[in-house]
Design a protein around this ligand. Structure first.
Ligand SMILES: NC(=O)c1ccc[n+]([C@@H]2O[C@H](COP(=O)([O-])OP(=O)(O)OC[C@H]3O[C@@H](n4cnc5c(N)ncnc54)[C@H](O)[C@@H]3O)[C@@H](O)[C@H]2O)c1
Ligand SMILES: [Zn+2]
Length: 269
């Protein structure tokens, strides 16, 4: 039977101290305090569109121009953002305890802020805003150009009054090798995860003694089932969020509040 999760920070910190295998599973909420909108809540719109509706293969097929404008905007926003106290607390924890514990960060975020904060053992489940994939030859490349192509300069305004997007496909980013249209190397809604990435994440999840679930609504699969599965096999799971989620009753600890405040406390000595 579900028991209300505890909010006893001292007890959680004891469990963390004793743990040998630690997983930190993060979602868009950890980057909210860096000024990057989440997909749920007030920030979940770009122009008149629901962000999650543009992060789909259907939207890209229908209008690569519109989807590239959306991603150009997200690349520019994330490039200007800085890692916040939550990202830094995680990176410092790894720096300090990485020799005595296996610490793995599994993120659903595509903004690159964990890596920029200094996290080394990182699994990016859903790809990265600064990687492209050729729709023809499938080559994946890192690309941090700003703008990513001339035609996207000064585009991507999130203003709801801007209507349509009319960049000719030939002016969008293209593969230098085969000439194919490039797309963001991101796992869109309705797409499967890279099997190797998924396997690495599942391996870390299956071994962890403790899992911190940070700033994720726990509704996007398969990541949504990672922590409940770990809790079901007896791992200690602690959730850090502004509000409860469908998975909260499965967990041992729940720390309410902005994770830029709760994580530095949870991960300090
Ligand atoms: N930063 C990014 O890279 C980014 C941003 C938006 C969406 N996405 C993608 O969209 C999908 C959305 O799923 P999701 O679960 O990651 O995000 P989500 O948008 O569904 O949920 C965000 C969660 O974070 C919580 N939250 C917001 N601010 C917080 C704070 N300061 N401290 C603690 N919690 C906070 C919210 O209550 C919510 O539960 C993912 O697949 C992800 O790839 C990524
Ligand atoms: Zn190509």
């Amino acid at each position: 039977m579900a028991v209300r999760p505890s909010s006893d920070m001292a007890k959680f910190k004891e469990a963390l101290k004793a743990a040998k295998q630690v997983v930190i599973l993060s979602g868009a909420g950890i980057s909210a305090e860096s000024g990057i909108p989440t997909f749920r809540g007030a920030g979940g719109f770009w122009r008149k569109y629901q962000s999650s509706a543009l992060a789909t293969p259907e939207a890209f097929r229908e209008s690569p121009s519109l989807v590239w404008e959306f991603y150009h905007y997200r690349r520019e926003v994330a490039a200007k953002a800085q890692p916040n106290a939550g990202h830094l607390a995680i990176a410092n924890f790894e720096k300090k305890y990485g020799n005595e514990k296996t610490i793995t960060v599994i993120t659903q975020n595509v903004d690159g802020l964990h890596a920029r904060a200094g996290t080394k053992n990182l699994i990016e489940l859903h790809g990265n805003l600064y990687k492209t994939r050729c729709t023809k030859c499938k080559e994946v490349l890192v690309n941090t150009d700003s703008p990513i192509c001339e035609a996207l300069a000064n585009r991507g305004a999130p203003d709801a009054k801007v209507i349509g997007s009319d960049i000719p496909v030939k002016s969008l980013p293209h593969c230098k090798k085969c000439g194919g249209l490039l797309r963001p190397h991101i796992v869109w809604f309705g797409e499967g995860l890279d099997p190797n990435v998924l396997e690495n994440a599942e391996r870390a999840m299956s071994k962890c003694d403790i899992c911190l679930v940070v700033g994720t609504s726990s509704v996007v699969y398969p990541a949504a089932m990672f922590a409940p599965q770990a809790a079901a096999r007896g791992a200690t799971v602690a959730e850090f969020n502004l509000e409860t989620t469908p998975a909260t009753p499965d967990f041992h600890y729940y720390f309410e509040g902005p994770c830029g405040t709760t994580l530095p406390e949870a991960l300090s000595d």
